[in-house]
Write a protein that binds this ligand. Structure first.
Ligand SMILES: C[S@@+](CC[C@H](N)C(=O)[O-])C[C@H]1O[C@@H](n2cnc3c(N)ncnc32)[C@H](O)[C@@H]1O
Length: 307
């Protein structure tokens, strides 16, 4: 990677002071080391890096680094799908992600979408290889679907269909990066907006809580809530669903809405199973009134229990 690219990564980490950085595509851990150095200079933060073909190569390279760099670096010999799944299951929120794995369009789009899902509001994704069709077109597709995100730079805005393989395009001169920044809130549009299955200590669910950011908008929020119970080594279980909608009028001030479901979701037979555990999943779709914008949440929706 060019000196400009390495310098950009180092500077981003020094400026953002991220708690968690992720990298898809470790190769020889060159960029991993740049990112780890910046984290060590910050005095805080960790990097999670993955490469499905690096199991034999990467641990040895990282083990030869100074101890303080090793201490902040976590290598995973996984493809990006298993990597993001692992981070999600461990509930590791990300501040900065370098996407530099498989550069085919479909893979790059997946990496971008999962990075965005795990990224905290205001976080940054660095997509490498703007000059290649896969990462570049995946970024265009992503930005078309996520209006609240912005590119820091003009590589996408300046797309010229008569020059579709432009080798010079990038967000930062001297690099091959496209820099994307998440909105400062969770932006809800038509969707899909789901945060997957969240395991919970609640044994039943009677509502959802929505922390509205400060904004002016109005419309109807549609939701689907799924509450699941698992027991007896997953041989027993239930999936309880509630679909509904609520009118939201946000007049500038941040506030929390607690919305009751029409029916509480409770597994009546759970008492038979001492090992019962539960998860909830919320899916949202926002239909704004004419002229109104997307709905801004301070964080993903929460579950409200009734026990
Ligand atoms: C361009 S290299 C990464 C370079 C590295 N970031 C650097 O500049 O030092 C791309 C890496 O992505 C890895 N890779 C390929 N498919 C992948 C996938 N599905 N998930 C994660 N990494 C993948 C390859 O093994 C390769 O090592």
């Amino acid at each position: 990677m060019s000196d400009h690219s390495r310098c950009t990564l180092y500077t981003l980490v020094r400026m953002m002071q991220p708690k968690a950085v992720a990298e898809v595509g470790t190769l020889f851990a060159g960029t991993t080391q740049v990112l780890a150095r910046a984290l060590v200079e910050n005095g805080a933060g960790e990097i999670h890096t993955t490469d499905p073909y690096g199991a034999e190569r990467c641990p040895g390279i990282i083990a030869a680094w100074p101890q303080r760099l090793q201490a902040v670096t976590h290598f995973y010999p996984l493809n990006s799908m298993d990597f993001f799944l692992t981070l999600d299951q461990r509930r590791i929120g990300l501040d900065l992600v370098l996407v530099d794995g498989n550069h085919d369009y479909e893979f790059a789009l997946f990496d971008l979408q999962m990075a965005a899902r795990l990224l905290r509001p205001g976080g940054i994704i660095v997509m490498d290889n703007a000059e290649q069709t896969g990462p570049y077109q995946a970024t265009r597709t992503f930005l078309e679907r996520h209006a609240a995100w912005r590119e820091i730079g003009d590589a996408v805005k300046d797309y010229d269909p008569l020059n579709p393989f432009d080798p010079t395009r990038s967000s930062v001169p001297g690099t091959t990066f496209i820099l994307l920044q998440a909105p400062p809130h969770v932006s809800i549009g038509a969707g899909p907006h789901s945060w997957g299955q969240v395991f919970t200590d609640m044994t039943s669910m009677k509502g959802i809580s929505l922390d509205l950011g400060s904004q002016s908008t109005a419309g109807t929020l549609f939701y689907q809530v799924i509450f699941r119970g698992f027991a007896d080594g997953n041989r027993a279980g239930v999936e309880l669903k509630e679909v509904g909608s609520l009118r939201v009028e946000a007049g500038g001030v941040a506030r929390t809405i607690v919305h009751d479901l029409k029916n509480s979701l409770r597994w009546e037979g759970a008492a038979t199973y001492p090992d019962a555990r539960y998860s909830f999943e919320v899916d949202l779709s926002w239909q704004s009134d004419p002229g109104a914008g997307p709905l801004a949440l301070a964080r993903p929706p929460g579950a409200v229990g009734d026990t």
